[in-house]
Design a protein around this ligand. Structure first.
Ligand SMILES: [Zn+2]
Ligand SMILES: [Zn+2]
Length: 389
């Protein structure tokens, strides 16, 4: 069967044929891949030649945002049956540390984990994969056409879950008991700035807005761009950050209430990410998810930075990857928020068959490109389900 990936000694992406995988253990599941989303990491990996191949291999299949259908299951599998739509988690634990031994490999302590399509382990841009049941998450059939967003949304879910847990240090945020950080409508009386209107930024804006927070989204594209329009669909307010310094950006967000409670960084623009730290409000939290590439050197007033963090009780957290629980949270949000389905469908700006997707890596990604979806095998026509937008 066809696969797309990277080779040890050559740049770019390459197609090759790989053998059909087979179930060998009782807890394994054979999944027929239908769609795979590509993200900035995939494009950067290819563009910068950052292939991360296992020592005993000379190639890696890429792709880590996959949706498929269960083709067969091992004798011990209980949570899925053939025909079920499923998504796969990305990281496989080290098997040694306590987080990994308790389905929390996203917090692995040893760094000896592997990741499908990213780090040592083959990804999903191929016809079939076999994985253990614990890495396979069932999707309601009516969500199959949106499930390609489960993995990026799981990253957002983890970041938001962590920020709520940390900020619950402040139970008396406002006079309303329903606005407590762990309450379902936790976002009431709060203001957030999401930096970056790509896939992660738009998903974060949508989820934070859904909780009742007033959300600004900043990016460096014009106000009539697709990203700005989709920000409005998420019921958030777009800011063209090209004409604002980080200080002006935060001041703008503070206009309604005098403070900015949450910053969610999803752009990977290192200098802006750091320059926003001294602008944070009292008791504010700043979640970083973007991963910058290369070196960026800047000068800043370190004393002022540290003074503000200490005096204002500030929190800056980094968050990477996600575990099964975050995948389930993501699927819960996909299922219960039909108002965002329009945004998700419009976020898919390119859809290409697997056999043709190699060329995507040679084309420049324009400012209106958001999510690229590779069709490994088209969904069968089903008139009961909404079609592709
Ligand atoms: Zn571990
Ligand atoms: Zn309130």
């Amino acid at each position: 069967m066809l696969a797309l990936g990277m080779l040890r000694d050559r740049g770019g992406v390459h197609s090759f044929h790989v053998p059909m995988p087979v179930i060998k253990e009782a807890d394994e599941v054979l999944v027929r891949i239908k769609e795979v989303g590509l993200d900035g990491t995939d494009f950067n990996m290819v563009r910068l030649g950052l292939q991360d191949i296992a020592e005993d291999r000379d190639r890696i299949i890429i792709g880590h945002e996959g949706v498929g259908v269960v083709q067969a299951v091992g004798t011990g599998v209980k949570s899925v049956i053939p025909g079920d739509v499923v998504v796969l988690t990305v990281r496989r634990g080290c098997g040694q540390c306590e987080p990994c031994l308790h389905l929390q490999s996203d917090m692995c302590l040893t760094g000896l984990y592997t990741e499908r399509g990213l780090h040592k382990l083959d990804g999903l841009l191929t016809g079939f994969v076999v994985d253990r049941e614990e890495n396979v998450v069932r999707v309601s059939p009516e969500l199959k056409r949106l499930a390609v967003f489960t993995e990026p949304l799981s990253i957002v879910e983890k970041g938001i879950d962590e920020l709520r847990t940390i900020e619950s240090r402040l139970p008396w945020f406002c006079p309303h008991p329903g606005h407590e950080w762990r309450a379902p409508q936790w976002g009431g009386c709060k203001v957030a700035l999401v930096v970056g209107a790509g896939t992660l930024g738009l998903l974060a804006a949508a989820v934070i807005r859904l909780a009742g927070t007033y959300v600004y989204v900043a990016d460096i594209v014009p106000e009539d761009s697709l990203k700005a329009r989709l920000t409005a669909v998420a019921k958030a307010e777009y800011i063209d950050a090209r004409s604002k310094t980080p200080a002006e950006l935060v001041r703008f967000c503070c206009t309604p209430t005098g403070k900015l409670d949450i910053i969610f960084e999803a752009s990977g623009a290192a200098e802006t990410a750091v320059r926003l730290i001294p602008e944070m409000s009292r008791n504010g939290i700043y979640v970083m998810t973007g991963i910058p590439r290369g070196d960026v050197r800047i000068q800043l007033d370190a004393a002022e930075l540290v003074r503000r963090i200490v005096r204002y009780n500030q929190v800056v957290i980094g968050t990477v990857n996600s575990n099964r629980r975050h995948f389930e949270m993501a699927l819960g949000h996909l299922g219960h928020t039909p108002q965002f389905h329009e945004m998700l469908r419009d976020m898919v700006t390119r859809r290409v068959p697997l056999a043709e997707c190699g060329r995507l890596f040679e084309e420049p990604r324009g400012p209106d490109q958001i999510k690229t979806v590779v069709e490994v095998e088209p969904w069968e026509e089903d008139r009961l389900l909404p079609g592709p937008h």
